[in-house]
Design a protein around this ligand. Structure first.
Ligand code: PRP
Ligand code: URA
Length: 279
């Protein structure tokens, strides 16, 4: 199998991107890739990988299935573009600028999926030719709540599809030794009970941050909450479901496990650091 995979730089290779997007599942699950077509002066990958086994993406490390029976609250967004962009996001060589763009684009694509069950109500509309009845999203006010810092990267992408959404903020960081969340900021609209909340964070690792954020929202009166991440670990999905079984969780990939420091494997590293260029 030959899959072409390019490194996105200032001069993005759109032609190559389209080519590899045609078979993302095979791309993500392949243990071998020949990538001679993708090499550019700034991207030696084609040269480096030519004819060699690539073990950086191991089959079975991430799940490609939409529903995993063991995790009833979880939906995996399988759209080919999401899977393709997620693989670029995982790549350790992806620079901050492109990482940011990818998080934004994946969030926008996920917004399409996570809003698919929003209720509709009839809406009168006058076309240039006659009066008719169309549809509009019913009553509920949508609110995006990024968990600082990394969740911020998902706000613009989601907002592009739901421009009327309000934005709350929850500030949390993981204590490096205990891995437990430490909260430092909370601000959401005051009419929380009337709103549908989408909590945003690229990473669901131990689940401590997500469970804490959802708990804070509930204490503020929120009743309808979904959690949207890019990469989830089984432990995190379990912990969030145990604490908040009413919260639907959406991810782009359910990864294999956590390492000793609580990082997701294979994961994408430290999302906040990669997004903001810190470290
Ligand atoms: C990361 C990530 C999540 C959290 C996930 O944030 O963005 O919020 O870790 O880990 P958990 O599921 O084990 O709680 P981090 O604590 O690194 O803070 P930062 O975004 O400010 O860097
Ligand atoms: N937070 C991150 O940013 N990445 C992980 O893998 C786990 C927690």
């Amino acid at each position: 199998m030959t899959t072409e995979k390019t490194h996105r730089g200032d001069e993005r290779n759109h032609q190559s991107e389209r080519g590899s997007a045609l078979s993302p599942a095979r791309n993500a699950g392949s243990a071998t890739r020949a990538t001679t077509m993708g090499a550019t002066p700034n991207d030696p990958r084609g040269e480096l990988d030519a004819g060699r086994e690539d073990t950086s993406l191991r089959p079975m490390d991430t799940t490609p299935v939409r529903r995993v029976a063991e995790f009833p609250t979880l939906s995996v967004v399988q759209h080919p573009l999401v899977q393709h962009k997620l693989t670029l996001l995982r790549d350790r060589r992806t620079p901050t600028k492109i990482f940011k763009e990818l998080v934004d684009e994946i969030a926008m694509l996920m917004a399409y999926e996570v809003t698919r069950n929003l209720a509709l109500e009839p809406a009168p509309v006058e076309t240039p030719l006659e009066q008719t009845t169309g549809w509009q999203v019913a009553g509920k006010k949508l609110t995006l709540v990024p968990i600082l810092r990394a969740g911020l990267g998902m706000v613009e992408g989601m907002s592009r599809l739901v421009p009327g959404a309000r934005v709350g903020h929850i500030g949390l960081y993981r204590d490096h030794s205990t891995l437990e969340p430490v909260d430092y900021y909370f601000k959401v609209p005051s009419d929380a009970a009337e709103r549908d909340f989408f909590v945003l964070d690229p990473m669901l690792a131990t689940g401590g941050s997500a469970a804490s954020a959802v708990g804070s929202l509930k204490r503020a009166g929120a009743e309808r909450i979904s959690f949207i991440c890019l990469v989830a670990a089984p432990d995190g999905v379990r912990r969030l479901a145990a604490a908040h079984p009413d919260v639907a969780v959406y991810c782009a990939a359910l990864d294999r496990a956590l390492n000793d420091q609580g990082y997701i494997l294979p994961g994408l590293g430290d999302a906040g650091d990669r997004l903001f260029g810190t470290r």
